[in-house]
Design a protein around this ligand. Structure first.
Ligand code: NAD
Length: 263
């Protein structure tokens, strides 16, 4: 059996991580791992659009990297359609969509209110789906594109006290696989990163107890490598999946968890 390796060799020479002339939307790009992803994509030459409900932070990150901000709520499908349509109208194309917008509720199933359940599903599941759907229609017409969704260790593993969050991330994992199957023949790749414990505002949010150095050290002690991740350690993997370097990857759930799920 022989393989034609010329395309791979050419790609290596061209620079696999190069996003020059490419256009990327990152939801949740105003904070944490979304912002780290925006900084990397912009640094690698992409024209970036930050989609976030936090206008102040979104505009600050956009100014920092020379991108644009679109302020709104990804759980609103009409807003998602407009975000994609406006990106196409301003930049003429959409190559990359990263869905990092997310929320967490720290409650056992029995204590989770209707509002909490509806909110977390609205942002984490509906928001990811609405943005994917809007982007996929454009990417299919263009015959190319890469989507990276944010799953979680809690999308595959159960954890006490975060029932709705676990359910929402499980849905994102299998949505990612299903959309990858829908579009495998269209030149569009759909993958997910599944982070472990990452030091972002979300890690510290919604906790009943005060967030102290002791608490952070205790969370870190549950991780095989014994530390929390820096957001950029996840952003690097997101950019790899969004790049041509991952040209043979679709439907993959890539753990970036310092061994958390390997036990
Ligand atoms: N921090 C962790 O340890 C961890 C671990 C695994 C997965 N994740 C996932 O990674 C992703 C990024 O999380 P992070 O830790 O960087 O969080 P973060 O809180 O720092 O950032 C989340 C961003 O999403 C935005 N956002 C929230 N709801 C939105 C909505 N309805 N519409 C538009 N924007 C909205 C927020 O304004 C914020 O800028 C999330 O999907 C999260 O569930 C986080």
């Amino acid at each position: 059996m022989s393989f034609d390796t010329a395309p791979v060799a050419a790609m290596r020479q061209d620079g696999e991580m190069d996003f020059v002339d490419r256009v990327a939307i990152v939801t949740g790009g105003a904070s944490g791992m979304g912002a780290a992803t925006i900084r990397r994509l912009a640094g690698d030459g992409a024209r970036v659009v930050i989609v976030d409900r936090n206008g102040q932070l979104a505009h600050a990150v956009a100014e920092e990297v020379g991108g644009t901000a679109m302020v709104g709520d990804v759980s609103d499908s009409a807003f998602c359609d407009v975000a994609v349509a406006q990106t196409i109208s301003v930049h003429g194309r959409l190559d990359v969509l990263v869905n990092a917008a997310g929320v967490i509720v720290r409650a056992r199933g029995e204590d989770t209110t209707d509002d909490q359940w509806t909110k977390i599903m609205g942002v984490n599941v509906n928001g990811t789906f609405f943005m994917c759907r809007a982007a996929l229609r454009e990417m299919k017409a263009a015959g190319r594109g890469a989507i990276v969704n944010f799953g979680s260790i809690w999308g595959d593993l159960g954890s006490a006290g975060v029932a709705a969050y676990c359910a929402s991330k499980g849905a994102v994992h299998n949505l990612t696989r299903a959309l990858a199957m829908d579009h495998a023949a269209d030149g569009i790749r759909v993958n997910a990163v599944c982070p472990g414990e990452v030091n972002t505002p979300m890690l510290q949010s919604e906790r009943a107890e005060p967030v102290t150095q002791e608490l952070l050290a205790q969370i870190a002690s549950t991780v095989p490598m014994g530390r929390l991740a820096d957001p950029d350690e996840i952003a690097r993997v997101v950019c790899f999946l969004a790049s041509d370097a991952a040209s043979y990857m679709t439907g993959a759930l890539v753990s970036v968890d310092a061994g958390y799920g390997a036990r």
